[in-house]
Design a protein around this ligand. Structure first.
Ligand code: C6P
Length: 418
């Protein structure tokens, strides 16, 4: 279907072979689980195929032609990532396995050096487990404490609480703020620019979990001025197994290594090692070469569309979806209503239908949504629910697909007599 708005969806869909497949006994696939992972365009699949077919080799080591070609392509991705988020240099871009590992790297390396007994780390009730558990591990090891900024009933952060934590930072010794840019459950876009400014006024560094923002809107780390940022390639058309950690160079220079081994060293002697330059010091062992190279094609694809257009398309879809879902009897919606403050993620419950039952009925209609706690159990407790259903959109989704999704919701209501 030709969308009126920002992107040529019909053309985009041609690039995603998986969208042509049938599921659940011949139904067209309606893929609305993009916050979990996105589908991959042919360009990404082909780039990985090309690497294995034509220049498979380890990188940064040998001088033979294949190794040089692989190293070149791998490092090209780093340049593209730096450009995509406007980092000052490629030295600030560390490849990890995923956003989770990127946050753990900071907790392990920076955290273990800088966080001491009685110190505080400020996070929020919106966080994914990846931005909670590493800090729990660190604070329990160090005898430090975690503080949670609460959320109001509309899914916004309570900024006064945040300010209170910062105000009392002298007494409480806040060492780090770590916050999600966009909630994977509520869709809330957090005002990180203001929060970073406030935190920096107190000399406190900030980590941004951008797993749900970098794939969906323009993000500029220099404008934002965050100190650390983590995100995953697989949520932005790229392959699984590639995460990105951005760290300001002056901070990364002072961080001890995370994983010791090959490639992260300059010289190793019996009892001492000289570490490699940035960012290689943080990339011990053979990395995920094929998928980093595949990620390059994903960045090219998004750049061609334009991230402002990606955001515009998702706003249009979200507005459309919110408008009709609100009218479905028995629906409870979570998160901000105003699309200016939220991304293309819609969490909801219908009557007392268990989200897993609902997702199963959706599946019978070919509609893939996620149900459960979404790795955000602290937020589930705050919402006072065990689970929600969640539909999440991306560049290839259409209003027609949202109609199919909503009509399947109607079917579920009829089945459960709601
Ligand atoms: N959220 C979801 O369905 P990884 O798994 O490391 O690539 O990403 C972790 C992560 C971190 N922060 C946020 C805000 C996230 O949404 C995620 C991943 C997926 O919501 C899988 S649980």
């Amino acid at each position: 279907m030709m969308q009126k708005g920002a992107l040529n969806i019909e053309k985009i869909r041609e690039d995603f072979p998986i969208l042509k497949r049938k599921v659940s006994g011949g139904k067209s696939l309606v893929y609305l689980d993009n916050a979990a992972t996105t589908q991959k365009p042919l360009a990404v699949i082909n780039a990985i195929h090309d690497y294995y077919m034509n220049y498979n080799s380890n990188i940064h080591r040998a001088v033979h032609q294949l190794a040089e070609e692989a190293t070149l392509e791998f490092e090209k991705t780093r340049e593209k990532v730096a450009e995509f988020i406007n980092a000052r240099s490629t030295e600030e871009i560390v490849f990890t396995r995923n956003a989770t590992e990127a946050i753990n790297l900071v907790a392990y390396s920076w955290g273990r050096t800088n966080v001491k007994k009685e110190d505080r780390i400020v996070i929020t009730e919106l966080e994914h487990h990846s931005n909670i558990v590493p800090w729990q591990i660190l604070t329990s090891e160090k005898g430090a404490k975690l503080d949670y900024v609460g959320t109001d009933d509309n899914g916004y952060l309570k900024l006064q609480e945040y300010m209170n934590y910062l105000e009392s930072s002298k007494k409480k010794k806040v060492k780090l703020v770590s916050v999600s840019h966009m909630s994977n459950v509520l869709g809330t876009i957090v005002p990180v620019n203001d929060m970073i400014k406030m935190s920096h006024e107190k000399g406190i560094p900030v980590l941004i979990d951008a797993a749900q923002s970098v794939p969906h809107m323009p993000v500029d780390v220099q404008k934002m001025d965050c100190d650390f940022m983590a995100f995953s390639a697989h949520k932005m058309l790229g392959p699984t197994g590639v995460g990105i950690l951005y760290v300001k160079k002056e901070i990364l220079e002072k961080m001890p290594p995370f994983i010791g081994g090959g490639d992260m060293i300059k010289e190793v002697h019996k009892y001492e090692t000289r570490y490699n330059d940035l960012p290689y010091k943080f990339e011990g062992g053979t990395p995920n070469i094929a998928d980093v190279i595949g990620f390059s094609a994903a960045i090219d694809y998004l750049n061609k569309l334009g991230m402002d257009k990606v955001r515009e398309h998702e706003v249009e879809l979200t507005e459309y979806a919110l408008d009709i879902i609100t009218k479905v009897k028995g629906v409870t919606l979570y998160g901000p209503r105003n699309t200016k403050d939220r991304g293309g993620v819609i969490s909801f419950n219908i009557g007392d239908i268990h989200p897993h039952d609902l997702a199963t009925i959706m599946n019978d209609h070919g509609v893939a949504i996620r149900s459960g706690h979404h790795c955000a159990q602290v937020l589930m407790e705050r919402l006072d629910v065990a689970a929600t259903s969640r539909a999440s959109f991306y560049i290839y989704n259409t209003k027609e697909e949202i109609d199919i999704f909503v009509s399947a919701l109607g079917e579920a209501r009829r089945l459960f007599k709601i």
